[in-house]
Design a protein around this ligand. Structure first.
Ligand code: GTP
Length: 292
């Protein structure tokens, strides 16, 4: 039986849960079925009660209290525990039919994705490479108000790219909180960041270099010097080359905007379904029998 799902990812506070609520509402409006999974053991309140909630298995609060761990160590423990108790997911998700869109509300802490690749292992279990065989797509949210400055834009785009490479699945980038971005900049200014133009970033870099000559304490000073210039240029080119790293603009108050993002998610999942499943590879591979 085919299954379909979306992993909603992004840094802490990017608007993941709010976005999940908006797509649940949109699915309900169009009489589609969804199954909402909370995988954030530190989550507090929800407008839509999750159909499956990691907090029924383990909560960050309990782990911190009982094991005297800090928030990051506690979160890592929670995911290690989930990976040792994968039946918790299998029992709930296995019976779901293809009518459902399974929405996974993921935690934002980068440690879970990179330092110890717990989430990539979990995703492999859920995806077509694992026993649950879900056709997945990743929806990566970045706060639009954070990317209106070049340095943050670079950092945000690289984090989105890193998630994309890590997950190896169809990936959609979304700029969240567009209502707030519109309050601080014009559409034209914003388009410049939403559609990357390497040349314009390089032109600005030249201007900053001139500033540096008179004001060494300016932010331009940090970017100046030939090696930094070359690095900036290489990063800008990298971003440009990743034509997939363009951003959809999301305003959760605007039904059309939510519907447009959902339609991209549907397309990405269909695209995934049409591809051959990839072979598992290298250190991220998990022996599910051992994990049980
Ligand atoms: N103005 C505005 N505020 C938003 C929007 N989306 C989310 N917020 C607010 O941003 C804050 C964080 O939103 P959440 O949806 O909890 O973000 P999250 O990514 O799930 O947060 P964590 O689970 O802590 O990582 C909340 O106060 C939301 O009300 C939006 O589109 N516009």
């Amino acid at each position: 039986m085919s299954k379909f799902g979306v992993l909603v990812m992004g840094p802490a506070g990017a608007g993941k849960t709010t976005f999940c609520n908006a797509i649940i509402q949109q699915l309900q409006n169009t009489r589609r079925s969804c199954f909402y999974v909370n995988l954030d053991p530190a989550a507090e309140t929800f407008s839509y009660e999750p159909d499956l909630d990691i907090r029924e298995l383990i909560t960050l609060e309990d782990v911190m209290e009982e094991l005297e761990l800090g928030p990051n160590g506690g979160l890592i423990y929670c995911f290690e525990f989930l990976l040792q108790n994968l039946d918790f997911l299998t029992q709930a998700l296995d019976p779901l039919s293809e009518e459902y869109l399974i929405i996974f509300d993921m935690p934002g802490q980068i440690e879970l994705y990179t330092h110890i690749p717990l989430i990539p292992s979990l995703v492999q279990f859920l995806s077509r490479a694992g026993p649950l065989n879900i056709n997945l797509c990743a929806a990566y949210l970045l706060e639009s108000t954070f990317v209106v400055d070049k340095a943050k834009f670079f950092a945000g785009t690289l984090s989105a790219m890193s998630a994309m490479l890590m997950m190896e699945m169809p990936h959609i980038n979304i700029l969240s909180k567009m209502d707030q971005a519109r309050e601080i900049m014009s559409r034209k200014e914003f388009r410049r960041f939403a559609n990357v133009d390497v040349q314009s970033l390089q032109d600005d870099e030249e201007i900053e270099d001139e500033t540096t000559a008179t004001d060494p304490s300016s932010r331009g000073a940090v970017l100046s010097g030939n090696s930094f210039k070359r690095l900036n240029r290489a990063v800008a080119q990298l971003i440009d080359d990743f034509s997939m790293v363009s951003f959809l603009q999301l305003d959760v108050q605007d039904e059309d905007s939510v519907a447009a993002v959902l339609s991209h998610i549907d397309d990405a999942i269909q695209f995934h379904e049409a591809q051959e499943p990839r072979e598992p590879h290298d250190e991220q591979d998990v022996n599910w029998e051992d994990a049980d």
